[in-house]
Design a binder for this molecule. Structure first.
Ligand SMILES: [Zn+2]
Ligand SMILES: [Zn+2]
Length: 150
């Protein structure tokens, strides 16, 4: 009771779920015994390969998975919908970590904050080269007219 143990993680590559393989998994998780079971708490960080939403280049996405869950033991003492420790005592934290990591994914992935993106006219990657397209900053009133014509 009250016994706790911290497990450090440092994995170059880790498959958290069939749909989530990450690199550079790091952080730690602390398991604490309580009268109800085990309280699992911690934070893991990892990276996945993503795509920059501006230039479509490969971009590393930083994910964070936070845990703060009570795992009840024995399972039949658990309230409805609570997490439990299975009879074989193999505690699988991966589903919770997977869900939290996927939720931590940013809506707009960028290869770097100052990414210039692709030229909307010719499509060149403006981080790599400068194209000759003129910036057609069209008058907003004319843009409206153009919309009507379309
Ligand atoms: Zn980019
Ligand atoms: Zn261009």
């Amino acid at each position: 009771m009250g016994y706790s143990r911290t497990i450090p993680f440092a994995e170059a590559v880790a498959e958290i779920a069939p749909d989530l393989t990450v690199s550079d998994l790091r952080g730690d998780i602390t398991l604490t015994r309580t009268p109800q079971g085990l309280y699992v708490q911690g934070k893991l960080m990892a990276r996945v390969q993503g795509e920059c939403s501006r230039c479509l280049d490969a971009a590393l996405v930083e994910l964070t998975g936070r845990l703060g869950e009570m795992y009840y033991y024995p399972a039949n003492t658990a309230p409805a919908d609570a997490l439990t420790i299975p009879e074989d005592l193999n505690l699988d934290l991966a589903p919770e970590i997977r869900d939290d990591m996927l939720l931590s994914q940013p809506m707009h992935v960028l290869c770097r904050p100052e990414c210039k993106g692709l030229c909307p006219t010719c499509g060149v990657n403006l981080n790599l080269e400068q194209c000759d397209c003129v910036d057609d900053d069209i008058d907003p009133r004319l843009a409206k007219l153009k919309d009507l014509l379309n």
